[in-house]
Ligand binder design. Structure first.
Ligand code: ATP
Ligand code: MG
Length: 297
């Protein structure tokens, strides 16, 4: 790897990961001047620049040492790592980033009977992830034909070019629209920070460590929720038992209602409607879930 004093991060030029990746980097205190060709963005404050490319090219750019880090879907990273490309084995996932969540799944025509992976025996499976699919089929002891397609995988069964597909699924809407149903999940994916296993020994290594620390803080805040609720002292134990994980809640008195308490808890992730309904059933009321803007413990 050639010595460089600025860190270079590869990210998707235009697609699902672009906005959230830029937003995350901005929150880490990085800002960029957009150049006219929009391929290279010069970092304004810190010595960190961006290379905007197709997501499929990101692992290769890191493996070749053109970029030091990349923000890319685990699906793309693992497909590359499973291949025989130069440097593929040395790429590693430094940190999951909590956006771009999806899964790589097998989907079959709605009317096709499916009970277990062995039912795929002898079928033609269309996918853009031949490496990940081949590894899974091997693990399952299934002998099937893999048809590699660059896109529009979901219409292959209707066109008769394949029997089933192996594709990315998020809400499942695309599958329903194409009369397909999801039957097995091969990989849970999200955007990750990828890089070589060994950090560069120059200034870039220090910058990567700093960035990882900032990411930790930013992601922790982004995933935190402040839960506020009112409960009677009697119901306090039952309510507390149902609170999503996090530090001990804070209890405050409610003016004029000595049997009531205000409870404040920092939760480590989303608080779902179902969780709220259960906490309410245990005796809580006046419940609020608030996003956390900044946190300094
Ligand atoms: P590019 O032009 O960069 O090659 P692309 O079409 O391959 O773009 P996108 O569709 O923008 O890529 O998806 C980028 C990543 O977003 C995927 O690799 C995956 O990790 C993630 N993703 C999340 N949800 C979905 C989904 N429903 N379908 C496809 N990808 C998804
Ligand atoms: Mg792509």
């Amino acid at each position: 790897m050639k010595p460089r004093d600025r860190l270079r991060i590869a990210m998707q030029k235009s697609g699902r990961l672009t906005e959230p990746a830029l937003d995350l980097l901005n929150r880490c205190g990085l800002s960029f001047r957009q150049s006219r060709d929009k391929l290279f963005c010069f970092g304004e404050g810190e010595p960190v620049d961006l290379l905007l490319v197709r997501d499929d090219d990101i692992p290769g750019l890191i493996a070749q040492g053109v970029c030091d880090l990349g923000i890319v879907g685990r699906n793309v990273l693992n497909e590359f790592k499973g291949g025989a490309g130069d440097g593929a084995a040395t790429l590693t996932e430094w940190r999951p980033l909590g956006f771009g969540r999806c899964r790589l799944s097998i989907a079959v025509p709605q009317e096709m009977p499916y009970g277990e992976p062995k039912d795929l025996h002898g079928l033609r499976i269309a996918t853009s992830y031949p490496g990940l699919l081949a590894a899974w089929l091997r693990e399952q002891g299934v002998d099937a034909t893999i048809l590699t397609l660059a896109g529009s995988v979901e219409i292959a069964p209707k066109l008769g070019t394949a029997d089933v597909i192996c594709d990315l699924v998020q809400s499942g809407g695309t599958l329903v629209a194409n009369q397909l149903r999801e039957t097995a999940v091969l990989l849970q994916s999200e955007a990750v920070l990828a890089g070589p296993e060994a950090l560069p020994t120059d200034e870039r290594g220090d910058m990567i460590e700093l960035l990882l620390k900032r990411l930790e803080g930013v992601i922790q805040v982004r995933e935190s929720r402040l839960l506020l609720l009112q409960t009677s002292r009697n119901a306090l134990e039952a309510v507390t038992r149902l609170l999503p994980g996090g530090p001990q809640p804070t209890l405050l008195p409610v003016a004029g209602q000595p049997d009531q308490l205000m409870l404040q808890a920092l939760c480590a992730g989303e608080v779902s409607w179902r969780q709220l309904e259960e906490i309410k059933k245990a005796g809580a009321r006046e419940m609020f879930v608030l996003p956390v803007e900044k946190m300094l413990a």
